[in-house]
Design a protein around this ligand. Structure first.
Ligand code: GLN
Length: 412
């Protein structure tokens, strides 16, 4: 190294390498001005078309960002998976499923997509399904129900979100197609509120103002099993977060969802305001913003940046890890005064496959002996899934019944 410490600039010391990488990604796509602003909601056509930002929040709660990550814009359809999560928390996944399905529609976001037999919209991420879903939230009037929606999305973002009244008025004034969808759902018996109440809450939810940073924290809340990793508040159950991500995986990018999962491989949700959230489960959430849209209503540069990010950083959810993680960190095998002894140190989360690894190890060790002492040190185990508990308990009981002494540190 030629440079000495005092030759370096302050910036070099401060540079966050993740933010720097995000900034390079924006640079690679900055000059693409293809696509158009959504203008069917006139107020959306008034935004600066060049806004371009990205933010990534890890499940550890740290956010890196680049570009216009603090530019406000309306959340639009990115609200839909979060309102689905709220309805599922309030009513349960099965009750929500009586009103709206889980299937990709393969159609545009504003399609008339109601099942011929049940009247249910195909999924909660197309407009028909989102209107039905937000009408399930709460039990009071439209104001009470919207307050719940706002409070829930704010908890996901970790700050209080407000409505852009001009966008709301614009959506309301031009929302006849959404009202028509609501009327159809109402006549099929799946819309729980009068049409005007339902669309009022839906238009308001779409008009909530967020930044790219907010979106990354909201996405990270889904990545983190429903716990906002910045505020540490539990916003939804793990099960609801899982199901929400499943729906985003199959339906999040409308009739482009299949190609999206093949190429980018991150559950995502776009909005006509130009925002997209993407999630790598258990790892991080991302928000991107660029308001020029393609023919599907997805942000063009936002989609491209996410595809580059996924390729360059190798983030596809179905990528294969180097080798399977083993929960066994140490196995000491020796002969003591009471015969053969084994000390097995296990760590981390015990799920089906990691418990199977422990069980196989114990059975193999015992197979060549008629007696011995086994000490399992599970003090570093973070969580034991029910299936793992059952496998381990059954194996330990069997070992004891066949003449082995087994002691356990910690709980399995
Ligand atoms: N508020 C918009 C609408 O209902 C949301 C659509 C979207 O973001 N795809 O048309």
């Amino acid at each position: 190294m030629n440079s000495t410490a005092n030759e370096r600039t302050v910036d070099e010391h401060d540079v966050d390498p993740v933010a720097a990488a995000l900034s390079l990604l924006l640079d690679a796509h900055r000059d693409d001005t293809s696509g158009a602003l959504a203008d069917y909601i006139p107020e959306l056509a008034t935004v600066d078309p060049d806004g371009f930002g990205i933010a990534l929040t890890s499940v550890h709660g740290r956010t890196a960002h680049a570009g216009d990550a603090r530019t406000p814009f309306t959340i639009q359809s990115v609200s839909k998976p979060f309102v689905y999560a709220l309805a599922a928390c309030e009513l349960g996944i099965d009750e929500v499923a009586r009103h709206v399905g889980f299937e990709p529609s393969g159609e545009p976001f504003n399609a008339i997509s109601l099942d011929a037999a049940t009247g249910r919209p195909a999924n909660p991420l197309i407009n028909a399904g989102a209107i039905v879903t937000s009408a399930l939230v709460g039990g009071g009037d439209a104001e009470e129900r919207f307050d719940r929606v706002r409070a829930f999305l704010s908890a996901c973002a970790g700050r209080d979100l407000d409505v852009d009244e001009a966008v709301y008025a614009s959506e309301d004034a031009t929302g006849d197609r959404n009202r028509a969808l609501a009327h159809l759902a109402r006549s099929a018996g799946v819309l729980r509120q009068p049409v005007d109440d339902a669309t009022e809450v839906y238009f308001r939810q779409c008009s909530l103002v967020v930044t790219t940073e907010d979106l990354s924290v909201m996405a990270a809340t889904l990545a983190n099993g429903g716990v906002n990793p910045v505020t540490e508040a539990t916003v939804m159950s793990e099960r609801v977060a899982t199901v929400t991500l499943a729906i985003m995986t199959t339906c999040g990018m409308y009739d482009h969802s299949g190609a999206w999962m093949a190429r980018v491989g991150l559950p995502a949700k776009s909005g006509v305001g130009g925002g997209i959230v993407a999630v790598n489960p258990s790892q991080f959430g991302i928000g991107v913003y660029s308001p020029r849209l393609d023919e599907y209503g997805n942000s063009i540069r936002g989609s491209d940046v996410l595809q580059s990010l996924s390729e360059r950083f190798e983030l596809h959810v179905f990528d294969h890890p180097d080798r399977p993680r083993s929960p066994i960190v140490r196995a000491d095998d020796h002969t003591g005064e009471h015969g053969d002894e084994l000390t097995l140190v296990v760590r981390g989360e015990l799920d089906l496959i990691s418990a199977e690894e422990v069980v196989a190890f114990l059975r193999e060790w015992a197979a060549t002996r008629t007696a011995g002492t086994i000490h399992v040190d599970a003090s570093g185990v973070s969580r034991v899934r029910e299936v793992a508990r059952r496998l381990l308990t059954a194996t330990i009981e069997r070992l004891r019944a066949t003449g082995f002494a087994v002691t356990i540190d910690g709980t399995v």
